[in-house]
Design a protein around this ligand. Structure first.
Ligand code: FES
Length: 235
């Protein structure tokens, strides 16, 4: 009985009466092959899955580079009308990296979102929040119109009709040294609360803000160090 128990608990396959056992062998060939096949399958699955997973979630951790840019002086802007400004949204690729922002001074009678040091000016992105077509400001109607699928935004850039899922994105703005600076883009929900920038088609109201998670790059306010110097005025 004691010998049987010893045989059962022995590490040798021969002691455990395993079919095809060899003397001195601790793992049966069947178990070894099974383990090898499982390990190979695991490696193959990881080789397919990990790159796809990394591709899917890496944008969440991506830090978007940004730099402040001078877009004019305070005298260039009024409260009641938008000025169209060509801005650089991707550095170093020339015209392809340029876009349009619609800029005006904050109008306290209309702009009721809380005042902070970055919103003394309102700068709206021209990218439609349905699928990204460029919107156009129609001054007579005080509306932003998207030509692609009929999206309409009101004077503050909030959705007034059509398929866009959230208001037009905005830019951090700053007035320093007698110049107006435009900073990185951020997104807003229908109450104009600020979120890190999302892509078109990603709603930010209700569950949308969780379905389309924030990137970590603008969860903090942008640094205002190293603002570009104003252009030198030559006499
Ligand atoms: S892209 Fe603007 S409404 Fe569709």
């Amino acid at each position: 009985m004691a010998e049987d128990r010893h045989r059962q608990t022995s590490k040798y396959t021969l002691d455990r009466n395993m079919p095809g056992a060899f003397e001195g062998e601790t793992v049966s060939r069947r178990r070894f092959m099974t383990g090898t096949v499982h390990a190979a399958g695991g490696i193959a699955a990881a080789a397919f899955t990990l790159p796809a997973l990394g591709f899917a979630i890496s944008p969440i951790f991506k830090r978007l580079p940004f730099s402040w840019q001078i877009i004019g002086t305070p005298a260039d802007f009024t409260e009641t009308a938008y000025v169209t400004k060509v801005i650089t949204i991707v550095q170093g690729i020339g015209e392809a990296g340029k876009s349009i922002a619609y800029v005006r001074k904050r109008w306290p009678a209309v702009d009721t979102e809380p005042l902070n040091r970055f919103n003394h000016y309102v700068a709206l992105s021209s990218r439609c929040m349905h699928l990204g077509c460029p919107v156009r400001y129609v001054e007579a109607a005080e509306r932003f119109i998207c030509p692609c699928h009929g999206g309409v935004y009101n004077f503050r850039g909030m959705v007034a009709g059509g398929p866009p899922v959230r208001p037009l994105d905005r830019f951090y703005m700053l007035e320093r040294n007698g110049y107006v600076y435009l900073g990185p883009r951020y997104s807003v929900n229908s109450e104009l609360q600020r979120f890190s920038p999302r892509d078109p088609g990603e709603p930010l109201d209700g569950i949308g803000q969780y379905l389309y998670p924030a990137r970590f790059d603008t969860s903090v306010l942008p640094s205002t160090k190293n603002l570009p110097l104003p252009p030198k005025i030559t006499p």
